[in-house]
Design a protein around this ligand. Structure first.
Ligand SMILES: Cc1cc2nc3c(=O)[nH]c(=O)nc-3n(C[C@H](O)[C@H](O)[C@H](O)COP(=O)(O)OP(=O)(O)OC[C@H]3O[C@@H](n4cnc5c(N)ncnc54)[C@H](O)[C@@H]3O)c2cc1C
Length: 561
């Protein structure tokens, strides 16, 4: 039987996507907008251009169209009186992903991005309906790829995968065309005289052509990120847009602080890579990491938090605080961002024993062994890499749940790092086979599902084992290289030390610089813990800012690395 096509969000949730405001509701939002008249044929939005914001149609009709890779237009909807134009891009003043044109004379109430955010916060029930519509419209565009860049390149090309991964992780629509089979791709290659060796190319919505761009170049071209005003001093700059950083952003923004979030890759951090988070409070059926993090990202923007993604922070200048009452972050692109306080939420990176490991994360590669993972592996053979106590505890637990555990140890014995009692317990388990001096050499599988693991043993021979699940307990390294020379104290492994001052549990050795989430020494490596610390840090921030506002000259950095 041919596969049943997944219904589009436009078909299943049309009413929520395109709601109509009644006269009383329009009267309530009038104070946020400006009345404007548009002539027949005039554009209210144009793909690639920053538009006027959200527009509520008061009289007349506006047609919204999207374009395919060859520039062919397709109508999405025609808005009449009471309907409104806009999608998520309007929340943060980013370029439009669709065209909207007046069909006849139109009168509209246009609401600029900052006023739209104020409206969403002030009008809770109406704000919820509008926000839901904006999100669903983005989901609709993501389904078709409309409004975003067009990537021309083969599906298995490493750079194509890199660019697609970047756009997908940032919730930005895009299309990929195959240069060998797609007529539109061939036309683009001819039109821009591109050699096959120069692929992939990327055509941005405003017409620019990029040849195998880096993520930053692409992000700039499509308006995802813009330059940072070097003279602006934010109340707080948050480094990292994982769960910890986004939680801090939501609480800072909702409490009226001017916050900037910087992330070198995408919002969501490690949590964004989780196929299903089952243990986050309030989601009894689980939620994909990407869905949870996208909600947090939109929520932070609703509260006016500025996002600089992708922007890598390479240095923290705390000395400037003593002089000018602000910290300065140095960015990889040469820009600088100033803030009165800094939150370090840059997380960790798991050590990866195989190059293509990321493909299987969230489905077949696990970083801990709870009953959830055990259920996935029940009755199967699994492999576990590691030799510390956490690896030992996981082996003992998994052995009671699965058919067999292959324990792969890089060193010559388990005893070097593992407690004696665990070593003894493991040696008594008949379904655990310990392979010392063994390293993973490759992972095989398709569609994110692991099918086999290859490893090389002490004698140098490589073996291949059909396995669905791999557990890694080989530790993670903190993302703290950028803190070198800042005065922020780190522990032996590079995690940020906090709480040296009584009553300031999340503050680092430098006053006004806080650390939260996985990057913090001693933190619990879980989404909920990271989110909790994000909220807690904002309370501490308030106290610091109030104090610093009163006595800026005394807020000198105190610690040393
Ligand atoms: C595959 C996987 C599945 C998981 N599943 C679960 C689960 O089901 N339940 C659960 O509770 N936990 C889970 N976790 C753990 C959880 O995701 C982490 O504990 C959590 O994400 C930590 O949040 P964080 O914000 O502290 O750091 P991170 O999530 O690591 O985010 C840090 C962010 O900082 C950015 N960054 C780093 N350096 C810089 C820099 N110099 N400049 C700018 N940005 C920078 C990174 O790009 C990243 O986006 C999982 C982890 C993984 C890897």
């Amino acid at each position: 039987m041919p596969p049943v096509p997944t219904p589009s969000v436009i078909d299943t949730r049309r009413d929520q996507m395109f709601p109509t405001l009644d006269a009383a509701e329009i009267a309530r939002v009038r104070r946020f907008g400006e009345l404007r008249a548009f002539a027949p044929g005039e554009r209210l939005a144009k793909v690639g251009d920053v538009g006027v914001g959200l527009s509520i149609v008061l009289a007349g009709e506006v047609e919204v169209v999207r374009y395919d890779s060859a520039g062919r237009a397709a109508s999405i909807v025609t808005h009449g009186p009471g309907a409104f134009l806009g999608e998520l891009a309007q929340l943060s003043g980013r370029p439009a992903l669709v065209d909207a044109t007046a069909r006849g004379p139109v009168e509209a109430l246009t609401v600029a991005p900052d006023q739209l955010r104020a409206l969403l916060v002030a009008e809770a029930e109406l704000g919820e309906r509008i926000m839901r519509a904006l999100i669903l419209r983005r989901v609709g565009l993501l389904e078709t790829g409309a409004g975003g860049p067009v990537i021309v390149g083969r599906a298995d090309n490493g750079d194509v995968l890199r660019l697609q991964g970047f756009l997908r992780n940032n919730g930005h629509p895009h299309l990929r065309l195959d240069p060998e089979t797609d007529a539109d791709a061939k036309a683009l290659i001819e039109r821009f005289h591109v050699d096959p060796g120069q692929l992939p190319i990327v055509l941005c919505p405003a017409g620019q052509l990029l040849r195998n761009p880096g993520e930053t170049e692409l992000a700039r071209c499509i308006g995802l990120v813009g330059p940072i005003d070097p003279d602006r001093v934010y109340d707080v700059a948050i480094v990292g847009a994982g769960p910890a950083g986004l939680a801090a952003a939501v609480y800072a923004g909702s409490e009226g602080l001017r916050a900037l979030v910087l992330d070198c890759r995408a919002f969501g951090g490690q949590a964004g890579a989780s196929a299903r988070i089952e243990n986050y409070l309030g989601f009894p059926t689980g939620i994909t990491g990407m869905a949870l993090m996208a909600r947090a990202y939109n929520q932070a923007q609703k509260f006016g938090v500025e996002m600089a993604i992708p922007d890598e922070v390479i240095g923290l200048d705390a000395v400037d605080f003593a002089r000018a009452g602000r910290f300065v972050l140095d960015l990889a692109n040469g820009e600088r961002a100033g803030a009165r306080a800094v939150v370090i939420a840059s997380g960790v990176r798991y050590r990866r024993p195989a190059a293509n490991l990321a493909e299987f994360e969230g489905t077949s590669v696990h970083y801990w062994a709870s009953p959830l993972e055990a259920k996935l592996c029940a009755g199967q053979e699994v492999a576990l890499v590691g030799a510390g106590n956490s690896a030992g505890q996981a082996v003992v637990y998994l052995a009671s749940q699965v058919r067999k555990v292959w324990l792969l140890v890089r060193g010559p014995s388990l005893a070097a790092k593992m407690s004696r009692y665990l070593v003894d317990r493991i040696s008594g388990l008949s379904n655990v086979e310990v392979l010392t001096q063994t390293n993973i050499t490759g992972l095989e599988g398709t569609g994110g599902v692991l099918e086999a693991v290859r490893w090389r043993g002490a004698a140098g021979e490589e073996t291949r084992h059909p396995l669905r699940h791999l557990f890694l307990f080989i530790g993670a390294d903190p993302n703290t290289d950028w803190l070198k020379g800042s005065g922020v104290a780190l522990d032996r492994k590079g995690f940020v030390l906090t709480g040296s001052e009584a009553g300031r549990p999340l503050e680092t050795s430098v006053r006004g610089v806080f650390a939260i989430g996985d990057v913090r020494a001693g933190s619990t490596k879980r989404v909920a813990a990271a989110v909790g610390e994000g909220a807690q840090a904002v309370a501490a921030l308030h106290a610091f800012l109030a104090d610093a506002g009163a006595r800026p000259a005394e807020m000198v950095p105190t610690g040393s690395a």
